[in-house]
Design a protein around this ligand. Structure first.
Ligand SMILES: *Cc1c(COP(=O)(O)O)cnc(C)c1O
Length: 398
């Protein structure tokens, strides 16, 4: 055997970046060819890793890529240069700090910035003026006006302020946007609130003089397929493009696939004849069953990889040999105990068996929806936590 053998990680997320291309293709079925798609790649591409996602995202044919932090734009800019790509536009969907704006300008990343107040526009203009003098070149920063319609975090409320912003030197308006806040509410509230936001946006725009090529964009994942009236000139696709969905909420046709298709680990020890009521894990908050001896399997996942520490209180299951087994006891940093007493006697669990925490095994499936629901967390929030802590490997999905 190779003396330099490197063992694969015990606990990994299997991801298939190519699935992104499939997902965008399916989204185009809904948007048609005229509506642009902005691939949202903030939070390191929703935990998937910008480095690995750049290639499939660009090949998916999106017109725009958005992110927030400069560490993200740095990677994108380098990638564009290396691959000679200049047809994809970049948009920052949060207000830039002075330092971020400065770096972006000096390095000529051509990031389009979001502006949501006159004061912010004037602040940027001053920064740009100073830079322009220092660098001895004219600088124009392209901006997207963000209109307040219900988010309350970064938008214009007054038409007069927008008109004054249109006059600010060094800034060129290329887009106008707003962000939806309430599409995840139960019907009919989602519809009423979203309509109201869109109406406000349309009314606001009707009071402005905009060049015809200014891009209007509103929709995020929850709206872009289900509420066609939110599509305008462009949709901003975040979570849906990575294939997460809550009970087909975002994707009613059920055609989107998760890029993170399997979170798995393995069985490292099996303990037999464990007496009834034996404490399992820190603080003994759970014990083995009282009616008979148990068999337990310890698996290599813990809160170090993002598995919730009190998952046992929320009745989590894992899959082994195509069957569901409950977890038992508080999650350790790197280990978790499974109750396998009820295993199939003619298909017994063995050391080294694959354990699926999220994904398919045989006929069984645990989705990210199911997993995050148990934690009462948003899917994105939940899998960002896990993806940021657990090693990821590329494996083609079935
Ligand atoms: C994050 C974000 C999106 C994408 O949201 P999803 O729900 O993940 O599609 C779109 N627009 C803005 C302004 C955002 O911040």
């Amino acid at each position: 055997m190779d003396q330099n053998y490197v063992a694969p990680d015990a606990c990994v997320i299997e991801m298939d970046p190519e699935v992104y291309i499939h997902n965008i293709k399916e989204l185009r079925v809904s948007t048609g060819d005229k509506v642009k798609i902005c691939a949202v790649m903030k939070a390191d591409a929703y935990g998937h890793g910008i480095e690995v996602m750049m290639d499939p995202v660009v090949r998916s044919g999106v017109e725009y890529i958005s992110a927030i932090d400069n560490c993200e734009f740095r990677i994108m800019n380098k990638w564009f240069k290396e691959h000679n790509i200049n047809h994809v536009r970049l948009l920052r969907i949060a207000p830039a700090t002075k330092e971020e704006l400065t770096e972006s300008i000096i390095n000529q990343w051509d990031v389009e910035e979001v502006v949501g107040s006159l004061e912010q526009a004037q602040y940027y203009s001053k920064i740009i003026n100073e830079l322009s003098q220092k660098l001895g070149r004219e600088i124009i920063v392209k901006i997207h006006l963000n209109i307040e319609t219900a988010m309350g975090r970064m938008g214009f409320r007054k038409v007069s302020d927008v008109k004054l912003t249109q006059e600010v030197t060094n800034l060129k308006v290329v887009g106008i946007m707003t962000h939806l806040a309430r599409e995840y509410e139960a019907p009919p509230n989602d519809e009423i609130a979203t309509r109201a936001q869109v109406d406000l946006f349309i009314d606001f725009i009707s009071q402005l003089t905009l060049e015809s090529n200014v891009i209007k964009h509103v929709a995020n994942s929850a709206a872009l397929v289900k509420k066609k009236y939110t599509q305008f000139d462009m949709v901003r696709a975040g979570s849906i493009a990575y294939g997460e969905d809550k009970d087909q909420f975002q994707d009613p046709r059920g055609v989107i696939k998760p890029i993170f298709h399997k979170w798995r680990t393995s069985v490292v020890i099996i303990l037999r004849d464990v007496p009834p009521n034996s404490p399992i894990g820190y603080n003994g908050i759970q014990r083995t069953r009282s009616d008979k001896d148990s068999t337990t399997a310890t698996i290599r996942v813990g809160y170090d990889y993002g598995f919730p520490q009190y998952g046992c209180l929320n009745k989590h299951f894992v899959l082994i040999r195509g069957k569901r087994f409950p977890i038992i006891g508080k999650t350790s940093m790197n280990m978790l105990v499974i109750d396998i007493t009820d295993q199939d006697l003619d298909n017994q669990i063995q050391l080294g068996d694959e354990v699926v925490i999220v994904g398919k095994q045989g006929k069984e499936y645990i989705s990210w929806d199911e997993f995050s629901d148990k934690q009462k967390k948003g899917i994105t929030e939940q899998y960002l936590e896990i993806a940021n802590q657990c090693p990821k490997i590329i494996v083609q999905s079935e």
